[in-house]
Design a protein around this ligand. Structure first.
Ligand code: JBK
Length: 265
């Protein structure tokens, strides 16, 4: 898998030299190049922004440096003639990034990330780029960042770790993919008694059936508490009687395979 990242702050991407992703690059599992957008400018001041047509606060990224950068990167793509690299444009106006999209993008062989700063990139760049790229504006979530770089760090890590061989122990990937739409259960390690706090006794019992049941109940409880949106999305028809009973205790009834809050709760 090849990644190209274009940014006016290439040093921002330095963490990608570290840890899991850095090791995968050293081992040749991932190729990653960071390009400084300013090297694609033509003027003495290496200008990348200008004032917005129609008015408004802030500046907009000029189209031509982007066309030069993205044109060069598309030309150098390792993909066969006739298949397009995917251009990911981090933007609060994009589709929301999630694990499903991470899996989908991990199947691609060439991903290019365009990091905007200021109020964003001239919209015509995204239209023009569709000739050479599959263009996808993608958002990390509903909050304001100063630019796309931090979003790219998160997406490259989430996608890169799904590439075969990048995560040393593939068991950890399998466990996540089985996470069935619920938040993870809490974890504990030694000592079993720490500053007056005990590890739940069942986890010391060696009874794997009881442990699995305990963990599933905690998953359901914390999901209902912290992420009720995930409860709404569950396919409860596939749930065991035990899990349905936990949902009932948490105030949900099952209607047409969906968990719905009981009116009286
Ligand atoms: C945001 O990916 N994002 O979520 C993102 C990218 C660039 C600027 C932003 O404010 N939220």
């Amino acid at each position: 898998m090849r990644f190209d990242v274009v940014s006016i702050f290439p040093e921002y991407l330095a963490p990608l030299d570290l840890s899991l992703i850095g090791k995968a690059r050293t081992e040749g599992l991932l190729e990653l190049a960071v390009h400084d957008l300013r090297t694609y400018t033509q003027d003495r001041h290496r200008t990348v922004d200008d004032t917005p047509y129609g008015g408004g606060a802030g500046m907009v990224m000029k189209p031509e440096p982007w066309a030069q950068a993205l044109g060069d990167i598309a030309e150098a793509s390792p993909l066969a003639e006739g298949s397009k690299p995917t251009l990911i444009v981090p933007s609060p106006a994009g589709e929301v990034f999630n694990q499903k999209l991470a899996y989908e993008l991990a199947e691609e062989d060439h991903l290019v990330f365009a990091c905007g700063r200021y109020e964003g990139i001239d919209e015509r760049v995204l239209e023009w780029a569709q000739d050479a790229y599959t263009v996808r504006p993608v958002s990390l979530g509903d909050y304001v960042l100063n630019g796309g770089e931090v979003a790219v760090l998160a997406m490259v890590e989430a996608i890169g770790r799904l590439v075969p061989g990048v995560v040393g122990n593939p068991e950890s990937l399998i466990e996540e993919s089985h996470s069935d739409g619920l938040l993870e259960y809490p974890v504990y390690t030694k000592p079993s008694s720490w500053r007056g706090r005990e590890v739940p006794e069942v986890l010391l019992s060696g009874n794997h059936g009881k442990i699995a049941k305990f963990r599933k109940e905690l998953q359901l409880r914390r999901t209902a508490d912290r992420r009720p949106d995930l409860i709404d999305a569950l396919d409860v028809a596939a749930f065991s009687k035990t899990d349905r009973n936990v949902l009932w205790e948490l105030g949900y009834a099952v209607v047409d395979g969906k968990a719905v809050l009981r009116p009286e709760s």
